[in-house]
Write a protein of this length. Structure first.
Length: 101
């Protein structure tokens, strides 16, 4: 599900079963991340797929990238892998106004 920034962040903060997933490259991550995010690089091919498969499917995943494209694709992929609750951050880090570390 694609969510605007305010709803994405508010839903995450009120979700006791939430995980933030950053699917950007290492270089992008070095520019700053959303606090508490776990990182798996979308461009790592089979390693990326393996990493997704190892995630807890009972959690709710709030996914972001630089612009919202890779994270949107990741949400679709995760849904195909059996994840029921994935939430894509529209606009990604390009438009992020929330906290970063």
């Amino acid at each position: 599900m694609d969510l605007q920034q305010d709803q994405w962040w508010n839903d995450f903060q009120n979700d006791e079963n939430a995980v933030i997933l950053d699917v950007r490259t290492e270089d992008e991550v070095s520019e700053g991340t959303i606090p508490g995010a776990i990182h798996h690089d979308f461009y790592q091919g089979q390693d990326f797929l393996n990493a997704l498969e190892n995630l807890d499917k009972s959690k709710n995943y709030y996914v972001y990238c630089r612009s919202g494209n890779r994270s949107g694709q990741t949400c679709l992929l995760m849904n195909q892998l059996g994840f029921e609750n994935t939430f894509n951050l529209i606009g990604g880090m390009n438009e992020w106004q929330g906290p970063t570390v």
